[in-house]
Design a protein. Structure first.
Length: 82
């Protein structure tokens, strides 16, 4: 099954010194989890979306549209319509 996992460039409140420290320490684990999720499918991919925060669909809607479109195109090639 095709799978596209999108990761925000900055998922947590990095507007404060504490937020910056937290994100710096946590992002490696966060991205590793998303990478592992993508690898659940032999056709899975993981993408870091530059310039996005937690709500990628609001910050970079075209990236989300493109990911959904990619999955649907891959599925369409595999689906048989009667």
């Amino acid at each position: 099954m095709p799978l596209v996992v999108l990761s925000a460039e900055s998922s947590f409140d990095a507007d404060t010194p504490a937020g910056v420290r937290f994100w710096r320490a946590y992002k490696k684990s966060w991205y590793a989890g998303h990478e592992a999720l993508a690898h659940l499918s032999s056709r899975g991919v993981h993408r870091l979306i530059k310039g996005s925060r937690h709500h990628i669909q609001l910050d970079k809607p075209q990236e989300v549209i493109d990911a959904v479109d990619e999955v649907l195109r891959q599925l369409h090639g595999k689906l048989k319509v009667d």
